[in-house]
Design a protein around this ligand. Structure first.
Ligand SMILES: Cc1cc2nc3c(=O)[nH]c(=O)nc-3n(C[C@H](O)[C@H](O)[C@H](O)COP(=O)(O)OP(=O)(O)OC[C@H]3O[C@@H](n4cnc5c(N)ncnc54)[C@H](O)[C@@H]3O)c2cc1C
Length: 455
């Protein structure tokens, strides 16, 4: 640990490559990304973040921001630049009267869900406990509550952010409202967010959820019937997640399910628990189920369902695409690519959209994609050196889905390339570049889906 420049609080540290903690601190979820920053500021308070940004400004270091460290593109780390690590900003403050929640930028989704559920409340988050709320929210945030309450970013009502000049700004509808608009989907382009305030919703602690396993051999029927059901269902109440996966051997699985390729259909009924069973019945009869564990369950149990399939750290190759509809051609293309996935630990997730997500105007927030009916998230997790096979399969997948998807990526599920910003931000791109130019003219925060400031 270095005694060179200090941050603000005594428990904060700056970790350099020769320090013992360096290897641990530079690790992120996607272990295929191996970056070696010049230094990592491990912040404990907002004052530490301000001190870290001011230090970077003096040294003219570019900054990467590390919260939950789960972005597939490894944006949380950089080569040679300065990482500001906000993982230890863990406050959670719930205002039960206003049903709002203010959190520190290091809170994880599982931690926030556990806290809000003590009051029967929930903030719409993603489906995994280990992701950072900050990264999820700033890039969108698609989870089970999307149908009624839209994206995580749509529920952001205020924030505090340290911008490139080292000042901390209050962001809400009254103050710096342009930044509030930009933070709703514009990612880590504008500064280090130290706290976020969300609208929470009184969902109670129990929900009705569909939880069915179908044989992948029935994929054609499952996709066709699921599409027909979703097209006529009330999209505010029913959010459907279909995941093609191979079940890895686990003590809680019977032998006949080991290494079986399945389609998991998981859906939340976001309404009166008593009505959920009847309203979602068709999802349990898409084909002959292998296992059907649908029923009333704690919301927290539903939120933790995917966690067992996600290693704490893994070499991951993934992509993301939206679909305007699940046409027969799209269904066929998805089945083809799922059939050829090279390794067992691949998740091919297809989630219904619509509902509140699509009722927000495409220019009302930075997050522009408000017309797609489905989003696909693909994660090929190479656990035994299958990295090249995963990358080759992913290239084939992108080619195969090019014409049947709408070609737009979900920015929280795709690595950076020259085309992503224009494809994902559509008509909002120019306004985002203007806001970037105003708050970060030298592109200090550049390790992201980057809006290059105007010269
Ligand atoms: C296992 C897994 C499951 C997932 N499930 C879902 C899901 O269900 N729904 C969904 O929508 N997405 C999901 N995602 C994608 C997820 O939304 C992104 O990976 C997201 O970036 C994770 O945020 P993080 O804080 O963990 O990541 P980080 O890598 O720490 O952050 C990503 C980037 O966000 C920005 N950022 C983060 N914190 C701040 C901050 N405080 N201030 C400014 N910028 C910041 C920075 O650019 C940062 O580099 C999943 C990802 C994984 C790996």
């Amino acid at each position: 640990m270095s005694n060179l420049p200090q941050l603000h609080s005594s428990s904060s540290t700056i970790v350099y490559p020769n320090d013992l903690q360096y290897e641990e601190k530079r690790q992120i979820w996607n272990s295929a990304i191996d970056k070696t920053p010049a230094a990592i500021a491990v912040c404990v308070t907002e004052q530490d973040v301000i001190a870290a940004v001011q230090l970077a400004k003096q040294q003219q270091w570019p900054i990467a921001i590390r919260s939950g460290g789960h972005h597939i593109g490894g944006f949380a780390m950089c080569d040679e630049g300065f990482v500001i690590d906000v993982q230890q900003l863990k406050e959670i403050d719930i205002d039960t009267a206003k049903q709002t929640v203010t959190i520190g930028a290091g809170v994880l989704a599982g931690e926030l869900n556990a806290a809000t559920q003590q009051h029967g409340l929930a903030v719409p988050l993603g489906t995994a406990s280990t992701t950072g709320v900050s990264g999820v929210a700033l890039g969108g945030g698609i989870g089970y509550l999307r149908g009624r309450y839209a994206l995580t970013c749509d529920n952001l009502v205020a924030a505090r952010i340290v911008t490139a000049d080292g000042t901390c700004l209050v962001v809400n509808e009254q103050e710096n409202a342009d930044l509030l608009w930009a933070l709703k989907g514009g990612g880590g382009n504008f500064g280090v967010v130290t706290s976020l305030t969300f609208q929470a919703h009184p969902i109670g602690t129990d929900v009705f959820a569909v939880d069915v396993l179908y044989d992948f051999a029935d994929a054609a029927t499952v996709f066709e019937r699921a599409q027909a059901f979703i097209a006529q269902a009330d999209d505010a109440t029913v959010a459907v997640n279909m995941t093609v996966a191979v079940l890895l051997p686990a003590p809680f699985l019977p032998d006949f399910l080991h290494f079986k390729k399945v389609i998991m259909v998981v859906a939340l009924y976001n309404g009166d628990v008593q009505l959920g069973e009847a309203a979602t019945q068709p999802l349990r009869q898409l084909a002959t189920p292998i296992v059907d564990q649908s029923g009333v369950m704690p919301f927290l149990q539903l939120q933790q369902k995917l966690d067992v399939m996600i290693p704490p750290r893994v070499n991951c190759y993934g992509t993301s695409l939206y679909f305007d509809d699940l046409t027969p051609a799209a269904q066929q293309a998805l089945i083809s690519v799922a059939t050829t996935s090279p390794i067992p630990s691949t998740l091919i997730q297809l989630w219904s959209l619509g509902g509140a997500v699509n009722r927000v105007a495409s220019d009302a927030t930075a997050f522009a994609v408000r017309d797609a009916k489905y989003v696909l998230l693909v994660d090929a997790m190479a656990m035994n050196g299958e990295d090249e096979a995963c990358q080759a399969w992913l290239r084939d997948l992108e080619q195969a889905l090019r014409t049947v998807s709408n070609g737009t990526p979900y920015i929280n599920g795709i690595v950076a390339d020259d085309t992503v910003v224009a494809r994902a931000y559509r008509q909002n791109k120019d306004k985002l570049i203007d806001i970037k130019t105003k708050y970060d003219p030298h592109n200090t925060f550049r390790f992201n889906h980057n809006f290059v400031p105007k010269a």
